[in-house]
Design a binder for this molecule. Sequence first.
Ligand code: SF4
Length: 447
Amino acid sequence: MKLTLIKPTIGRKEHSLYKDEGRMEPLMLGVLAALTPADVEVIMYDDRMETIPYDEVTDLVAITVETYTARRAYEIADEYRQRGVKVIIGGIHANLLPDEVMQHADSIFLGDAETLWATMINDARYHKLKPCYTAPVGVGQVTQCGEKILPRRDIYQGKGYLPISLMQFSRGCRFACKFCAVSRYFKRNYYLRQIDEVVREIEQHHSKFIFFIDDNIATDHKALAELCHALIPLKIHWISQASLDVTKKPTLMKLMQQSGCWGNVLGFESINPLSLREAKKSPNIIAFNHYQQEINILRDHGMQTWAAFTLGYDHDTVETIAQTMEFALKNRFAFAAFNILMPYPSTPLYQQLQQERRLLYQAKWWLDPTYRFNQAAFIPNLMTADELTNACHLARSHFNSIPSIIKRFSDLNLTLQSFSRIISFCRYTLLFKKEVYKKHGMRFGLK
Ligand code: SF4
């Protein structure tokens, strides 16, 4: 039997194909490959930079889908199904909108793959594929032949991914931000892998620079402290995503620094406390003082700040978006993302905007052929959708301009700490600068 795994791209620019130069290993496909019985041949195609050979013989195609890639995932699924090949689709979007995904697949996979994937593969092998597999959420790693299964990274070879290993320690998050699809999927629960398993994975893979793609690696402070203790002897560098409340724990911050943490993507979301309340961003609201204390603590621990903002709340205006960019620049954040607030399906934000009749693109921006990447998909309160789109693009352009890069680079305490940090800063800054323009206005899907 042969299984083909596919990671879809988002889409393309009007007159050119988009190639994602900042692509990282699709960890979820490495996990699926490892969960597949050993006698099944597994091949992976990454639509972000390679052409999918639809006519190559295969017995089953498995596509992972996010909301941004849904339109393209359906195009790929339809191509295979026209050729009589069975298609199964899983991933976060399948969990958010199973009825929609079902229309493009022979089978859908809901929940975390670990406990049911091998069963599904065997059903497919004997032509007994069921229309839907519902696996429990929160089983991080399963045992096979007395050992926990680790992702199969051999499927990434020759694909030109960035030199950073993706791993996972936890899944889920204890918070409930209104816009967050992760919170909706995990229902505010979180799950941890055994720390010795994480260590085994790092040692086996000889990884020296790791991106823990946890939804919030700081969701359990005690567990994070234990992880840091275990990482210290490995002498690695790592980054992740964390909630800002982690800065309130001095011992934990020290441990993170000692364990090789360079910084985390931190969800600042807004510099306006009213917007933070609107977003139910509880880790940021506690003792809010315009983040000065948090930023100073990050600096004191040698951590670069990679700030993620969401813009378009009911109190936001074109001016407050410009102020957000100035705030990021003034504090010389290493990186900052000025994301438009997106109504992901099934989230509380989506439901609210739907009730208020403020959703654009027939309430399905991810499928609408006129929707373009980085466009507002709802009617903001104090500006038009176009004003929100343009203000965010302006913020991105300004923050990633050469004078801004020089200003941020000259932060002696952080960027110039070591030669490897200088190299990383230059590499990723220039990459992000390029991606800002390459992705903006891209249409979804290739057709
Ligand atoms: S802190 Fe991050 S992961 Fe957790 S609910 Fe909020 S946005 Fe989602």
